[in-house]
Design a protein around this ligand. Sequence first.
Ligand code: SF4
Length: 220
Amino acid sequence: MVDKVYSVCGMCTVRCPIEVEVENGEVMFIKGNPHDPGMAGALCPRGGAGYALTLDDERPQFPMIRQGERGEGKWKRVSWDEALDYVADRLKGIMDKYGPESVLWSDRGGPFRDLHMAFVRALGSPNYCNHDSSCARNVQHAAKSVMGMGRKDVSYDYKNCRHLVLQTRNIFEAINVKEVNGVLDMKDKGGQLTVIDIRANVSASKADNFMLIRPGTDYA
Ligand code: SF4
């Protein structure tokens, strides 16, 4: 019997909602969650390849603890309980020696960061940072100073956009399925697309107006 399991794609940081067909505990097929109108059942090729990842016998299949020196290639298979106890002991040893503030948690941002922040706070450390600390900082600061909120505190309503300007943002060759679906819907509804880029890319090929600029002149 085939079951449908609803989950989140972990193949990149976008984290698209997925529907997974599972038979006898094995993944048979992965598609975008059809109940999510933004996904409409679609998935990027990498998301679909999540199925192949489950079959990859070269990836670690269980927790292992290194034996001997780094690089020696000696590993011991352990249970998840043993692995978690090992990590907890090491972490506790560091905190006993250097204090809880010696621990810093850094992640990619996006979903689940509340869990990470709660965990690091429970350890007694205020030190949490993520990808957003170093990437897209200028966009983040600009959004905060202009709108009073960060760039991720708004979601872009591409579908109902009447004129979308993509400045060096090659949305059709990027990795966000929902955004691509949204822009395609916008085009179907008669929305205009302007693309400003240094390359005639796929997004440019779908644009009503394309401005090919010299590299380095985009801000001007
Ligand atoms: S963009 Fe593709 S790889 Fe990334 S989360 Fe979505 S389906 Fe997965």
